[in-house]
Design a protein around this ligand. Structure first.
Ligand code: DX5
Ligand code: ZN
Length: 219
């Protein structure tokens, strides 16, 4: 088993000092920056938009993993692509024409991700798996950081690992919500390739040690 990529979510950072947050991620050993975009419609919270992503881009050399928790994501894909996103992930529940949206992300030469909330089964995205680069399995109901992981969601990660093998596909699997030093091992055992961590990362004093803990043994 490989150590997972760690993607700290700046949602849990101090918004008055995001450049410092980017620097903390840079110095911690984490590989990605997770950016949670919320519209107050698809989820009951607001966060930030493409300008924030674009402003943060020069502050970081890491992969920008943009998680769009928004309705009508197709409207915003070009602007997030321009803002410096590397991965753009949309929710299956927010898109009727998911195939078209995923292909429009790939067409802009960005990695395309699809996400499912806890109540959505893997069967809702089986058709799209050959054309996505990433599947983001939500392990909390999206909208807020600092919630507890719903363990049953990890069964979906195991299922996706199996499907990927059976169908010889290459998407990577990310887990988002309630990841901390005790739940990370469950996500790793389920087969997650990427662990998103908000509160666990920004709430820790020693961020390097936290990243090592999340990555697990052998790192
Ligand atoms: C939840 C977001 C998550 C969140 C994770 O709606 O998609 O990325 O920031 O935060 P923690 O790790 O605190 O659960
Ligand atoms: Zn997220």
């Amino acid at each position: 088993m490989q150590n997972p990529i760690i993607a700290p979510s700046v949602l849990a950072a101090d918004f008055t000092n995001l450049a410092a947050a980017a620097k903390e991620i840079e110095d911690s050993g984490a590989e990605w920056v997770h950016l949670d975009v919320m519209d107050g419609n698809f989820v009951p919270n607001l966060s930030f938009g493409p300008k924030m992503v674009a402003d943060l881009r020069p502050c970081s050399s890491k992969i920008f993993d943009v998680h769009l928790m928004i309705s009508n994501p197709e409207i915003f894909i070009p602007v997030f692509a321009q803002s410096g996103a590397d991965y753009i992930t949309v929710h299956a529940e927010a898109a009727v024409h998911l195939d078209r949206i995923i292909k429009s992300i790939s067409g802009l030469e960005k990695k395309a991700g699809v996400s499912i909330v806890p109540s959505t089964p893997v069967s809702a995205i089986t058709e799209i798996l050959p054309v996505v680069d990433l599947v983001l399995v939500m392990t909390v109901n999206p909208g807020y950081g600092g919630q507890s992981l719903i363990p049953s969601c990890l069964e979906k990660v195991k299922n996706l690992v199996q499907i990927r093998k059976e169908r010889n596909l290459s998407f990577i699997i990310s887990v988002d919500g309630g990841i901390n030093s005790s739940t990370a091992s469950l996500a790793r055992q389920a087969g997650a390739d990427v662990l998103v961590a908000g509160e666990a990362f920004f709430g820790s004093v020693n961020k390097k040690a936290m990243v090592a803990e999340l990555k697990g043994p052998g790192f």
